[in-house]
Write a protein that binds this ligand. Structure first.
Ligand code: AHR
Length: 324
């Protein structure tokens, strides 16, 4: 190679390398965050909306989401978390079905340097460093709100108020919080008696089954209140009551949790008396947390989602369309 040719070759090599380096930096900045998301299942209308919120927020935020539905099985969730670790995702988020049993897999995520966000439900662990942030509802507050409604509703009553409780999935954070918060408020008023409580797994079919059983165990005039931990179970209860010729909301006072459009419609027509909101639209907040964590920012350990109560004492015309 003579001198001018050598010079052109050297300059071309330098430009190529420089261009390559610049492209690499640009592409590093532009690589989307990869989020591994383990959803616990699709047991309720709330959950369907929550999944929609997560997926659509990921799309809007330019976050690549690897989404797995565990179909109500914690073993499937653990498997999904392990697959995210093997894939070396940037961040993991998951909605734990129940509170216990997560330490081992979360230690594996921690060892791999992958931050974890808990969404919707909490875990029970002695090592809080196993997750970076939690974004969830204040389920005990929801339970207290249900109790406070009853205190107001039965303010003038001196005889016992018999309550049937349809609880959510056993050992899940919402079932624990909604039971504990409710009992906390009612414990100051001995007239309230929880005469029956059973886990209906947040499913409409189980709400139906349990209400059929309850109506075999008790005469309808022996039950004053039905407190259901979610709307889908409430819908099952309402079906059974109507089939039995009862007027839900009148013969038996009904409190439900979630605030789907259907339950708000029932509240407006007097079929349900009180609806405690549980907000499923957490997608945008999850994506913001994921982005901040991946960029090395400090984030709050726990964030509660904003929620409210709708009941027969309030202005029902002003409730905005729920959208799900
Ligand atoms: O964890 C939130 C609860 O789970 C919702 O109240 C319920 O509908 C869902 O299945």
């Amino acid at each position: 190679m003579d001198r001018p040719v050598r010079l052109i070759f050297a300059v071309s090599c330098f430009l190529c390398i420089a261009a390559g380096c610049r492209n690499k930096n640009v592409s590093e900045q532009q690589d989307p965050i990869v989020l591994g998301y383990s959803q616990l299942g699709d047991e309720s209308s709330w959950r369907t909306q929550n999944t929609f919120s997560i997926k659509s927020a990921a799309k809007r935020s330019g976050i690549k989401i690897l989404f797995e539905d565990a179909m109500q099985n914690p073993a499937n969730q653990i498997k999904a978390l392990r697959s995210f670790i093997a894939y070396k995702v940037d961040v993991i988020a998951f909605s734990p079905l129940v509170e216990t049993g997560w330490d081992t897999v979360l230690e594996e995520a921690k060892a791999a340097g992958i931050p974890v966000i808990l969404v919707d439900r909490m875990i029970e662990t002695s090592d809080d460093s196993l997750y970076t942030a939690a974004l969830c509802s204040d389920f005990a507050l929801e339970g207290r709100r249900a109790g406070e409604f009853l205190v107001r509703k039965f303010a003038g009553r001196t005889t016992p108020v018999n309550i049937v409780e349809l609880a959510g999935t056993a050992f899940s954070t919402p079932a624990i919080g909604r039971s504990e918060g409710f009992r906390e408020v009612l414990s100051a008023h001995p007239k309230f008696v929880i005469c029956f409580s059973e886990d209906g797994d947040f499913m409409q079919s189980k709400g139906r089954e349990i209400m059929q059983k309850v109506l075999k165990l008790y005469r309808s005039d022996e039950i004053d209140v039905l407190y259901s931990h979610n709307d889908d179970m409430t819908f099952g209860v309402i079906e059974v009551m109507k089939e039995a010729g009862l007027a839900p909301g009148k013969d038996i006072v009904i409190i439900s949790v979630d605030a789907t459009q259907r339950s708000i419609d029932y509240l407006r027509e007097g079929t349900i008396n009180c609806v405690i909101e549980c907000n499923p639209n957490s997608g945008q907040q999850v994506m913001e947390l994921a982005t901040r964590i991946v960029s090395g920012e400090n984030v709050p350990k726990r964030t509660y989602i904003q929620e409210t109560t709708f009941d027969e004492f309030g202005d029902l015309d002003s409730i905005a369309n729920r959208g799900y």
